[in-house]
Design a protein around this ligand. Structure first.
Ligand code: GLC
Ligand code: CA
Length: 564
């Protein structure tokens, strides 16, 4: 693999709406991010991924974009973004934007023109399809519930396609003129100094344009999740994305990370590595295990360490010969990892440190999500009125429709809602945790007064300071290359409460061991070692044995020439 500028780096994801509000309107913004650049730099991260900041009516919190060259005034101006790019660069941080190219907002100029008449050339940029006798063209179900088809007002039996809300019409990637426009757009942003993109929902762009539908799935209403169609057509996705790479980010050396669900071993080699469409892809294997063949939140199990471990081990081994994956613990679409993957007694700072350790040394480009470095847990939502997320609201209705009581439906959201990740970041113990001087757009975490950045800055043993040590170790000298692209070797997996693996490369070798059981444990190492970093004081190595207390993790260097 050729070495690119982004290799060896650690990335940080910001949900701008909830990061820091600079002007008191209750909504985080670009000037808030600029203000907090010293904090971001202090983490040691060098790639900053921002969720969508483009002009948007807000049907899905900015993922419904009406103008891809304008900044949503709630977040600021293009001048603010230019300043952020420049100031971040001074600190060695590159900015990547969330590029949403599989659909637009229905308020986008192109869609408005497409709607305006059958002969409009823009009509072929989207999918307008006839149904028959009042029936939609097929039975696919949107990711947020209901049909993927929406009636075109004033026309008989004519529908347009949307995989998310009805305000997000799908773009027709088979139209060459449209693909040309996308390349131009990407190049426009690269010219502005953007270093790359997170590419949204990339498996959705492939369509069977005969719209045959699929056999009904487990929901039991005759519909079938659109995701199943993506899975069926997955092999056709790379060719569409290769073209975009060829005309835009490829020649420019931009960093690209794809949101790709439903990856499998037969297509992965076309997505990553030197010849792949993208620099890397997020590892969603654990999430996919949770969702697999289940119609909604009400049927999802809670996560476990085993699910997290097995998902990552699978993807680490699958991607190792091909390229780099992007491991995550959480993002803006998932609950907080400490609450989700850990057992009840471990959903605290100690658990956060241990989980952070086994995450940070996975192979690839790790992405830390804002607040993860504080060990934030899920927020307690006391009523459905406190929830903003469109998907969560739909899942609430879904649960009621399947016989759950209101209390039960709310309890389900308290485990699975996307809003857990979206509550404002707590900065200090001032009103609204220093996030805003106004009224926050979403409720704050119940512990924000004590669990915040300022408090953790003061405490050498805080999760925050521990994350700084994790990132620093990951980038230290020859370890950087070892941890980014060295070999990944899974350890024993018999115990569901242990995550143990080995990393090897550039003359270095380390074992990462997490003990998520309730007892002290002894682990056999592959050689004599010494501890580089551990999340609890109760950790010691004697010869080839590591003794590790409960809910603790350690990074052990296996000394050269002393391995078995
Ligand atoms: C992507 C985003 C998610 C959004 C969806 C549809 O999956 O990550 O937040 O809801 O696209 O817009
Ligand atoms: Ca604001």
């Amino acid at each position: 693999m050729q070495k690119a500028w982004w290799q060896g780096k650690v990335a940080y994801q910001i949900y701008p709406r909830s990061f820091k509000d600079s002007n008191g309107d209750g909504i985080g913004d670009l000037r808030g991010i600029i203000e907090k650049l010293p904090y971001i730099a202090s983490l040691g991260v060098e790639i900053l991924y921002l969720n969508p900041i483009f002009a948007s009516p807000g049907a899905d919190n900015g993922y419904d974009i009406s103008d891809y060259r304008k900044i949503n005034p709630q977040f600021g101006t293009l001048a603010d973004l230019d300043e952020l790019i420049a100031r971040a660069k001074e600190r060695g941080i590159s900015i990547i934007l969330d590029m949403v190219l599989s659909y637009t907002s229905c308020e986008h100029e192109l869609f408005k023109r497409a709607l305006s008449g059958r002969k409009a050339p823009e009509r072929d940029f989207y999918y307008f399809v006839r149904g028959s006798n009042g029936r939609t063209p097929d039975n696919l179900r949107s990711f947020f519930g209901g049909s993927v088809w929406e009636r075109v007002p004033g026309e008989d039996d004519l529908y347009y396609l949307h995989y998310f809300t009805k305000e997000q019409p799908e773009l027709n990637w088979y139209n060459e003129q449209l693909r040309q426009r996308m390349s131009d757009l990407i190049n426009w942003w690269l010219d502005r100094g953007i270093a790359g993109f997170r590419l949204d929902a990339i498996m959705n762009v492939v369509k069977d344009r005969t719209f045959p539908g699929l056999p009904p799935d487990e929901l039991g209403d005759g519909s079938c999740a659109a995701a199943r169609m993506n899975a069926k057509l997955a092999a056709q996705a790379p060719s569409l994305h290769q073209e975009l790479k060829k005309h835009s980010y490829g020649p420019r050396g931009a960093f690209t990370v794809a949101e790709a669900f439903g990856l499998n071993d037969t297509i992965l080699d076309q997505f990553i590595g030197d010849e792949g469409c993208f620099s890397t892809v997020f590892d969603f294997t654990a999430r996919e295990t949770i969702e697999k063949n289940r119609p909604g939140y009400y049927a999802y199990p809670k996560g476990t360490l085993k699910i997290y471990r097995d998902g990552n081990f699978h993807m680490q081994q699958l991607t190792s010969p091909l390229g780099l994956v992007a491991p995550i613990l959480e993002n803006h679409d998932e609950p907080r990892a400490v609450s989700f993957y850990l057992d009840e007694g471990q959903q605290n700072a100690q658990g956060a440190r241990a989980l952070g350790t086994v995450f940070m040394f996975l192979r690839g480009i790790p992405f830390i999500y804002q607040g993860q470095e504080l060990g934030l847990t899920n927020t307690r939502f006391d009523s459905i009125g406190e929830i903003d997320d469109v998907q969560s609201k739909n899942e609430y209705r879904n649960a009621l429709a399947h016989g759950f009581s209101k209390e039960q439906a709310l309890a389900i959201l308290n485990v699975h809602s996307r809003d857990h990740a979206r509550t404002p970041l707590p900065w200090d113990d001032s009103p609204h945790a220093g996030f805003t001087t106004g009224r926050p757009w979403l409720k704050l975490h119940q512990d924000a007064q004590s669990l915040n950045v300022a408090a953790q800055e003061q405490d050498p043993g805080s999760v925050l300071n521990y994350y700084r040590a994790l990132v620093a170790l990951r980038k230290r000298g020859a370890w950087q290359e070892c941890f980014c692209s060295g070999d990944f070797i899974p350890g024993p997996t018999a115990d569901d409460h242990v995550m143990h693996y080995l990393r090897k490369g550039t003359g270095k070798c380390a074992e990462i061991v997490g003990n998520f059981s309730t007892k002290e444990r002894v682990f056999e190492l592959s050689g004599e070692g010494r501890i580089l970093l551990c999340s609890i004081p109760e950790a010691r190595v004697e010869g080839r044995r590591l003794t590790l207390g409960a809910t603790g993790a350690a990074v052990v260097e296996i000394l050269p020439g002393r391995s078995a």
